[in-house]
Design a protein around this ligand. Structure first.
Ligand code: KG4
Ligand code: ZN
Length: 337
């Protein structure tokens, strides 16, 4: 069975083709991605209307590219999967519209997928996928959650952020430091040259005893420091503030991930979502988990941020677990929230 997956929840158009054969690990046949980052950069953030229009322009050519790379045609597609949400309504509608129409024309099922389930299962695209059960740390631009994952479709939310997401904390702090959108990777690069102990920034909820997060206060503290430093701030102070911000975010993620591992007694951690690409986060988690005999799994670096492969993979794993009805008609109903 071959599944064509579509992702269009925000500022990346992604399409991928995955093959499922019995219980064998699903195989990624081809995938293609177009990032809109350059287009939105001039506005300092994602402009929803521009995002939708660009998805419209890109999605069919990307699907063609994927089929061509796989040496296959539309008739070889047995199921279509698409991101149903969360995300930008107009952007989601593009992927959903194309996927459901295509499935309908081919007489194939259309399977809606939760974007976060895509991230959560993205490490299954790597050569060394995790075994169940595991704790998942989902860190994206819109979400920060800790989950207990017993099987595909069997998820228990252990804790999440009460305000900003970790990616949002990176992005908003980066903006305050005058860095371009999306700030996460830019802040991380600037932080390489900085002293993480130069600024004493808050780590809200660090000692709450629960696997929850709060990053809004950090952003306010960064703003206060930026104002104190003034417009003529030197490059070293900017780097120090970037490093201190990153250290604060990473420490919160580390402490809460360890807490979730301890309370569940599990020895495997999966880190997924855009912030999972952060090198300091990876090194910190790796070191702390190695000491405790915990294995950490990440998606491949290029599949940490949004892509079509993770959506096709989530659909493939659902099919294997009997969670994908063969007559799924695709409701064409998106769920932005
Ligand atoms: O998962 P994702 O692509 O989109 C959402 O579903 O939100 O995550 C995007 C987020 C952005 O906030 C971006 O700044 C952040 O991931 N990000 C990073 C890095 N790469 C991406 N944050 C910190 N360090 C990075 N290297
Ligand atoms: Zn995402």
């Amino acid at each position: 069975m071959r599944i064509l997956g579509f992702e269009s929840s925000c500022d990346e158009t992604g399409v991928a083709l995955i093959e499922v054969q019995g219980d064998a690990p699903p195989r990624l046949l081809a995938h293609a991605l177009h990032s809109q980052i350059a287009m939105h950069q001039a506005y300092g953030g994602v402009v929803p209307e521009l995002a939708s229009r660009d998805h419209v322009r890109r999605v069919i050519p990307l699907a063609r590219e994927v089929l061509r790379d796989a040496g296959l045609g539309l008739a070889d597609v047995d199921m279509v999967a698409y991101t149903q949400g969360p995300g930008l309504a107009g952007a989601l509608l593009v992927g959903a519209g194309v996927a459901v129409s295509l499935a309908s024309a081919l007489g194939r099922p259309a399977l809606p997928i939760h974007h976060l389930e895509g991230h959560l299962l993205s490490p299954f695209l790597s050569a060394d996928p995790p075994e169940f059960p595991f704790v998942a740390l989902l860190v994206s631009g819109g979400h920060t959650q800790l989950m207990r994952v017993d099987a595909v479709g069997d998820y228990e939310l252990l804790g999440e952020t009460i305000d900003d997401a970790a990616g949002e904390a990176f992005d908003k702090s980066a903006k305050l430091l005058g860095l371009p959108y999306p700030g996460g990777p830019h802040l991380a690069r600037l932080a390489e040259f900085g002293n993480p102990e130069a600024f004493d920034l808050p780590r809200p909820l660090l000692h709450s005893g629960k696997p929850d997060f709060s990053f809004a206060g950090l952003k306010t503290a960064v703003l206060t420091q930026v104002k104190k430093l003034g417009p003529n701030v030197c490059e070293q102070s900017r780097a120090d503030l970037a490093a201190s911000t990153q250290a604060a975010i990473v420490e919160c993620l580390l402490k809460k991930a360890l807490l979730a591992l301890k309370t569940t007694g599990l020895k495997r951690l999966v880190v997924a979502g855009g912030v999972g690409a952060n090198r300091h986060l990876r090194e910190t988690l790796d070191a702390a988990c190695a000491k405790r005999g915990i294995r950490v799994h990440y998606p491949e670096l290029q599949l940490c941020t949004d892509n079509g492969a993770m959506i096709a993979m989530a659909a493939a794993l659902r099919v294997q677990r009997g969670l994908a009805p063969a007559d799924a008609a695709g409701s064409f109903e998106v769920r932005p929230r």
